[in-house]
Design a protein around this ligand. Structure first.
Ligand SMILES: Cc1cc2nc3c(=O)[nH]c(=O)nc-3n(C[C@H](O)[C@H](O)[C@H](O)COP(=O)(O)OP(=O)(O)OC[C@H]3O[C@@H](n4cnc5c(N)ncnc54)[C@H](O)[C@@H]3O)c2cc1C
Length: 387
């Protein structure tokens, strides 16, 4: 493995670091209060190309690959998580189905708009009765002439309320379900029968919205089956491929947040005095932070290595992506606990970034597959590997 970060990626990472420090962090608390990212900030993200970090240049993206996306997310996750989430569905779960399995025509039609941020994309898999057990979805798609008719609903859809286009998974053959009976569709918000339902009030991640999507006899042209006719029934595989990359990049986000929490903690313990000296002098404090720094170092190597593997090998990093998500998201939660611990009462008070990170990182262990689901995937893969 080459440990040298390519120059173009390093340059973009440095630009994002500056953007975070000078423009995003100063408005973090305002965004938290207003539950909204100012439009001029979204426009700056578009201008920087942040909506299409790893989308290939031929489809309008920056073409920085998975490693580039991970390094940029590492920086972007050192502030309010909603900023990364705003661009996250375009770079990740909202575009990847089209990029990985879409026809050339679908890629040319949708990816440039998604990569530029002109359109927002989302990913609609979860339903009231199908979360971890995603194969159990009930949303139905029936072929009627030259179009499919979709009926059902999706819940907890990130950016669902602002999305112009959604990757939607629906059952085309109830007998076969995930084994040849689930199809992935590209659904535009203007299609008849598509509606945004209720917006959730969440524990954290304010500034990013989570919506219900309703399909009430929603008309979707047949040519909007991801991958065309030959992919009818094979959408569940598309969903899993999309989630592999999502899990890896989610790990990168969690690792970046863990690093930020470590930095905040070190700064705080050096200036906070108790018993006549900085609390940084107490070995009990030092040990917690030393252990955390060591685990972050390990997490970073995992993220970079898995990203490098994906760029080199394509999509086959199922086990590694789950390992990265499991390790890094659990670590970020540990980092938040330690950061709160060393900040004492101040860490519990609104306005202190630690308080916000503590709530926001909890989500990383839930979406794109809970920690338990990552363990199931890893176990399945190692049982196949070591006979
Ligand atoms: C803010 C937010 C944003 C989201 N964004 C999106 C999105 O954009 N698109 C989308 O499609 N979905 C999205 N989701 C949904 C998310 O992916 C699911 O919430 C997640 O997969 C867990 O499903 P569930 O909530 O139904 O929990 P459940 O599946 O009901 O799980 C409940 C608990 O049981 C455990 N469990 C379940 N099965 C097993 C098992 N076999 N073995 C051991 N333990 C098990 C789980 O780990 C968990 O602890 C989002 C969720 C949230 C909260």
């Amino acid at each position: 493995m080459d440990f040298q970060v390519p120059e173009n990626i390093q340059k973009m990472k440095d630009r994002v670091k500056k953007f975070v420090e000078e423009e995003l962090e100063p408005i973090s608390n305002q965004v938290e209060k207003e539950d909204k990212i100012p439009e001029e900030i979204v426009q700056k993200m578009r201008d920087m190309g942040l909506f299409g970090i790893s989308i290939p240049k031929e489809y309008g993206g920056l073409g920085l690959g998975t490693l580039g996306e991970c390094l940029i997310y590492e920086e972007l996750s050192k502030t309010n998580a909603c900023f990364r989430t705003r661009i996250g569905t375009n770079n990740g779960i909202g575009s990847q189905g089209i990029l990985i399995d879409g026809t050339e025509e679908q890629k040319r039609k949708y990816l440039p708009k998604i990569a530029s941020g002109e359109w927002t994309a989302c990913f609609a898999l979860t339903e009231p009765e199908a979360g971890s057990d995603a194969a159990n979805i009930k949303t139905r798609a029936e072929l009627k002439g030259d179009h499919f008719v979709l009926n059902g609903s999706k819940i907890f859809i990130t950016n669902g309320d602002i999305a112009d286009v959604a990757t939607v998974f629906a059952v085309t053959d109830p007998e076969k379900k995930a084994k040849g009976g689930i199809t992935a569709f590209i659904v535009e918000k203007t299609y008849p029968g598509f509606k945004v339902g209720k917006l959730e009030k969440k524990m954290g991640l304010r500034g990013s919205h989570t919506a219900e999507l309703i399909f009430d006899n929603c008309i979707v042209p047949k040519e909007n089956v991801i991958g065309g006719d030959k992919m009818i029934g094979y959408g569940f595989k598309t969903a899993m491929k999309v989630l592999d990359k999502g899990r890896l990049t989610m790990g990168a986000c969690a690792m970046g947040t863990a690093q930020k929490l470590l930095e905040l903690s070190v700064k705080f313990v050096k200036q906070r005095h108790q018993f006549g000296r900085p609390i940084a002098n107490f070995q009990g404090i030092q040990f917690m932070l030393a252990e955390l720094a060591t685990e972050i170092y390990a997490a970073r190597q995992m993220v970079y290595h898995a990203a490098w593997l994906r760029d080199k090998l394509g999509t086959s990093i199922i086990k590694e992506a789950s390992m990265v998500k499991l390790f890094c998201t659990e670590l970020a939660n540990k980092a938040a606990r330690i950061a709160l611990e060393v900040h004492g009462g101040e860490g519990y008070i609104k306005g202190c970034p630690v308080e916000r990170f503590y709530r926001d990182v909890r989500l990383t262990r839930i979406y794109e597959g809970t920690s338990e689901i990552q363990k199931l995937v890893i176990a399945r893969e190692i049982f196949k590997e070591y006979n």
